[in-house]
Ligand binder design. Structure first.
Ligand SMILES: Nc1ncnc2c1ncn2[C@@H]1O[C@H](COP(=O)(O)OP(=O)(O)OP(=O)(O)O)[C@@H](O)[C@H]1O
Ligand SMILES: [Mg+2]
Length: 258
């Protein structure tokens, strides 16, 4: 079983410390949710785990499959089995969804077997159409440039399509629910659930308990001022929905954080 282990992570951007000693363990097969007020560093955590170069790790450790993740480039982390669905996916004009996914998939296959000749096109088409129908995406999407002119909800589906194609071992979903209409929320959640199982660990970042009715977390964590301050089960999300964050701030911002 693979485990993502984050220990005492400190991260700065432009000299400003955003993550201030964050601890988290996600095992394959588990679903974790992180909730927390705007600006507490949730996306910073996601970007740092994937290796975004702007985020400077000043202390702490990240381990995955016995590898020191912090020593790996973003593409190496991806080939190792880590995946991030972006809060704000970027457009890549000139690169179609199909080409992008086939290139990414082949890179992963080659990481496992340097002799691999790449997935044959008919096989890839079949795989892609199957995953697109799972997410109820029209096949025409495969030929469009990645995220160019996509609606907010289409971008989020395209992120999950990447996840479905690449089959990561740990997937971080940064506000994949934001901007989805009610039907799309259900479809995307069902897509994630269809991929879930003992092979996949999921870290969902969300502001809304509603998502967790669909994607049922084993653990819920509250993040405040760059640290995880409370961890519990799904009831923690219900408690936040009901009471907001004031009680968390009162409990943790006097002395520990901020
Ligand atoms: N590239 C950057 N340059 C300067 N400051 C940044 C940068 N990226 C993030 N920050 C700051 O780091 C803090 C944490 O941002 P982050 O995006 O991680 O928050 P978040 O918890 O994901 O918030 P939200 O819920 O709004 O998505 C914010 O104060 C933000 O302004
Ligand atoms: Mg964010």
């Amino acid at each position: 079983m693979s485990q993502l282990l984050v220990k005492n992570l400190h991260v700065s951007i432009d000299g400003k410390e955003i993550l201030k000693g964050l601890d988290l363990t996600v095992n394959q097969g588990e679903i974790h949710a992180i909730m927390g007020p705007n600006g507490t560093g949730k996306s910073t955590l996601a970007y740092t785990l994937m290796g975004h170069p702007s985020y400077e790790v000043t202390a702490g450790e990240v381990w995955f499959k016995d590898q020191n993740v912090l020593e790996l480039e973003a593409d190496e982390r991806s080939r190792l089995g880590l995946f991030l669905a972006f809060q704000y996916p970027v457009a890549i004009p000139g690169v179609t969804v199909a080409n992008f996914l086939r290139t990414a998939l082949n890179a992963r296959r080659r990481a496992e077997n340097p002799e691999d000749k790449g997935v044959p096109i008919p096989e890839f088409r079949k795989l892609l159409l199957e995953k697109m129908s799972l997410l109820q995406m029209e096949s025409a999407f495969a030929g469009r440039y990645l995220n160019e002119g996509f609606s907010g909800g289409e971008k989020k589906r395209a992120e999950i399509l990447q996840m479905a194609t690449l089959r990561p071992e740990i997937a971080i979903l940064d506000e994949t629910d934001s901007g989805l209409d009610i039907d799309a929320l259900r479809i995307v959640s069902e897509g994630v659930n269809a991929l879930s199982g003992p092979e996949l660990g999921v870290l969902v970042i969300t502001h809304y308990q509603r998502l967790l009715n669909y994607i049922k977390p084993d653990f819920v964590h509250i993040m405040l001022s760059g640290r995880i301050v409370e961890s519990g089960g799904p009831e923690l999300a219900l408690q936040l929905e009901e009471r907001g964050y004031d009680w968390v701030r009162e409990k943790y911002e006097n002395g520990v954080a901020a």
